[in-house]
Design a protein around this ligand. Structure first.
Ligand SMILES: C[S@@+](CC[C@H](N)C(=O)[O-])C[C@H]1O[C@@H](n2cnc3c(N)ncnc32)[C@H](O)[C@@H]1O
Length: 217
C-alpha cells in the first residue's frame, strides 16, 4: 500500500465507511469479532478504572462498549463522521458517561495535547498507509508505561478485500513486531483472537485476526 493509491486501485475512505455505518452493528461477525478482541485485551492488559483509553479507527464503537465499565474514559476517534454518529447515538441511548467521540485523522492532524494509558485499534491499521508514522503517533500519545493493542489481519494475499482495493494485505507478525519495537514499544506479544471466514470460489477461506499487545517504554 502506497501513500498515494495507484489509479487502478479503490480507496476505502471516510465516504465508504459513512455508507456502511448504519448497518455496521447488524453484522454478527463484526460483533463477535469485537467481543473476542475485547476479551483478548482484558487478558493482555491490567485494565483499571483510572485508565484513559483511545480507540483509534473505532467505527461505531463495537470494541469500546464491552470495555467501558473497566476503564476510566474512552475517546473514540475515526475519520468517518457516519460511524461516529452511530457511536454517539449508542452512547446517548445507554446513558454512557465515560465515552466521547472525535472525528479526526491522526495521520495528518497535528498531535493533540491529551495523553492516554491505553490505545487500542481494531481492523483499522490495514487502512492506514504509513504504519511507522501512526505507530510513532501512538507512542507520542501514550503516557510512559502505557499500552498499545492492535487487532488486525495476519498477512494474506489480498483476497480479503480484493486485489482492486488499496489496503495493507494484513501484517506479518515478526515484521510488525520489529516496527513496533522501532517505534519505542517493548515486548510485543501476539495471540490469535478470531477467524473471519469468507466464501471463495475454491471454498471457504479463513482469515485469522491477531491481537498484539505492547508496552511503551
Ligand atoms: C474495518 S473498520 C473497523 C471499525 C471498528 N474498529 C470495528 O472493529 O468494528 C475500519 C475503521 O477505520 C477507520 N479509519 C480508516 N482510516 C482511518 C484513519 N486514517 N484514521 C482514523 N480512522 C480511520 C474507518 O473509518 C473505519 O471506521
Amino acid at each position: 500500500m502506497s501513500s498515494t493509491a495507484p489509479q487502478d486501485k479503490v480507496v476505502l475512505d471516510a465516504t465508504h465507511f459513512d455508507s456502511k455505518a448504519r448497518q455496521w452493528d447488524e453484522n454478527p461477525v463484526f460483533r463477535e469479532r469485537a467481543e473476542k478482541i475485547a476479551a483478548a485485551i482484558r487478558a493482555s492488559v491490567p485494565l483499571a478504572s483510572t485508565m484513559r483509553a483511545l480507540d483509534y479507527g473505532s467505527g461505531s464503537g463495537l470494541l469500546s462498549f464491552p470495555l467501558k465499565d473497566e476503564l476510566g474514559h474512552i475517546t473514540l476517534k475515526d475519520t468517518s463522521a457516519g460511524m461516529l454518529a452511530v457511536a454517539e447515538e449508542k452512547i446517548a441511548a445507554l446513558g454512557v458517561g465515560n465515552m466521547a467521540t472525535r472525528c479526526v485523522d491522526l495521520t495528518s492532524a497535528p498531535l493533540p495535547e491529551e495523553r492516554y494509558d491505553l490505545i487500542y485499534s481494531s481492523m483499522a491499521l490495514h487502512h492506514i498507509p504509513d504504519t511507522d508514522a501512526i505507530l510513532a503517533t501512538f507512542h507520542a500519545l501514550l503516557n510512559p508505561g502505557g499500552w498499545l493493542c492492535i487487532a488486525d489481519l495476519d498477512q494474506e494475499d489480498g483476497s480479503f478485500h480484493g486485489p482492486e482495493v488499496d489496503v495493507h494485505h494484513g501484517f506479518d507478525r515478526a515484521a510488525l513486531a520489529a516496527r513496533v519495537g522501532q517505534a519505542g514499544f517493548a515486548e510485543p506479544a501476539f495471540r490469535t483472537v478470531f477467524e473471519i471466514v469468507k466464501e471463495r470460489p475454491e471454498g471457504n477461506r479463513a482469515y485469522p485476526v491477531f491481537l498484539m499487545a505492547a508496552r511503551r517504554g
